[in-house]
Ligand binder design. Structure first.
Ligand code: SAM
Ligand code: DTB
Ligand code: SF4
Length: 341
């Protein structure tokens, strides 16, 4: 059984990443198959509950107010629209709904009260609820947990060394602080990154080191391929090679063997064969539904046809228990001991 480690070195991760591609896929697939549910794929659906007009300068983002990207700016969505979207996503096979807001951070105002109501309502539909709302304080994380939030997405995006090239309006440390607050509130952590930003392979390895050396591995790690957006500084980035996506996914699977690894943004640019390689290399989650936050994504029907072809099954909601009592936390018992010492 692959052991859970939180002391990976850059050298070790680099050696895994750089091995011959087929050896890498084979090693990752072998580890993935130790999990009895290896053919189950967790399906999340995204909904943008507050779109555009964001004060941050994330160089990749269509929702940053300072770039001219043509994204329609919307105030916070009414709860009934969120519920309707959640029901549609559930009918399409999604077990998780992730609500995204183009905020730098959560403020303790009426919009946050509305998000809390949405979390409760989606939780009542028996779906795993996830939010991605920017930075959170400890008490805001606790309020979300009390409302039944299952997961919080907060990506590191790139390495600590590369961060300032991509975002100047916040720091890596602030990002890590929010992850700590989420962990403390016993919400599961969803944190990953983007490839294709113009980062080096060392940056990718460094980001994976940070993620895998957190006191507990994130329960989900999304690996996004940059969706280049006209008007952003990264509009002209070259398309990410599928081999890079496969290497990232396989390396993530090997160093975080129990984590759900999500083949995230970028699937509209990938063939079924290319996606199949990613599943072989250990990806066991996708975003489904015809839109990510603001950009297109394959439809539920297209994805279900792919699942059928590849023999994959959608994973049921709450396989690891209800919010705050995930069985998977038990598996971290050794890491908890390390933490306590
Ligand atoms: N504003 C919040 C934040 O930044 O944490 C939540 C929403 S933000 C859009 C969530 C994540 O979407 C980002 O951290 C980034 O990883 C991803 N993302 C945004 N634009 C993207 C793009 N063009 N291509 C790939 N991923 C993107
Ligand atoms: C994540 O890792 N990827 C998602 C979600 N978490 C929030 C977002 C992808 C956004 C792609 C660009 C867009 O649709 O706006
Ligand atoms: Fe704002 Fe999030 Fe986009 Fe950055 S990634 S500009 S914080 S919405």
């Amino acid at each position: 059984m692959a052991e859970l480690r939180n002391n990976w070195t850059k050298e070790e991760i680099s050696a895994i990443y750089h091995q011959p591609l087929l050896d890498l896929i084979y090693e990752a697939a072998t580890i993935h198959r130790e999990n009895k549910d290896y053919s189950e794929v967790q399906i999340s659906s995204l909904i943008s509950i507050k779109t555009g007009g964001c004060p941050e300068d994330c160089a990749y983002c269509p929702q940053a107010a300072r770039y001219n990207t043509g994204v329609d700016v919307h105030a916070i969505m009414p709860k009934d629209e969120v519920i309707a979207a959640a029901e549609k996503a559930k009918a399409g096979g999604a077990s998780r709904l992730c609500m995204g807001a183009a905020w730098r951070e959560v403020r303790d105002n009426r919009d946050f009260d509305k998000v809390i109501d949405m979390v409760k309502a989606v939780n009542d539909l028996d779906m795993e609820v996830c939010c991605t709302l920017g930075m959170l304080t400890e008490s805001q994380a606790q309020r979300l947990a009390d409302a039944g939030l299952y997961a919080y997405n907060h990506n590191l995006d790139t390495s600590e060394e590369d961060y300032k090239r991509i975002i100047t309006t916040r720091t890596y440390d602030e990002r890590l602080k929010t992850l700590e607050h989420v962990r403390k509130a016993k919400i599961t952590v969803c944190s990953g990154g983007i490839i294709g930003l113009g980062e080096t392979v060392e940056d990718r390895i460094s980001m994976l080191k940070t993620l895998s050396n957190l006191p507990k591995h994130p329960e989900s790690v999304p690996i996004n391929a940059l969706v280049p957006i006209k008007g952003t500084p990264l509009a002209d980035q070259a398309k990410v090679a599928v081999w890079d996506m496969v290497r990232m996914i396989a390396t993530t699977r090997i160093i975080m063997p129990k984590t759900v690894v999500r083949l995230s943004a970028g699937r509209t640019e990938m063939t079924t064969v290319e996606q199949a390689l990613c599943f072989m290399a250990g990806a066991n989650s996708i975003f489904a539904g015809d839109k990510l936050l603001t950009t297109p994504n394959p439809s539920f029907d297209t994805d279900m046809a792919m699942f059928e072809l590849l023999g994959l099954k959608p994973r049921a909601a709450f396989k690891n228990g209800k919010p705050g009592q995930q069985e998977s936390l038990q598996e971290y018992i050794n890491l908890e001991k390390i933490e306590a010492n």
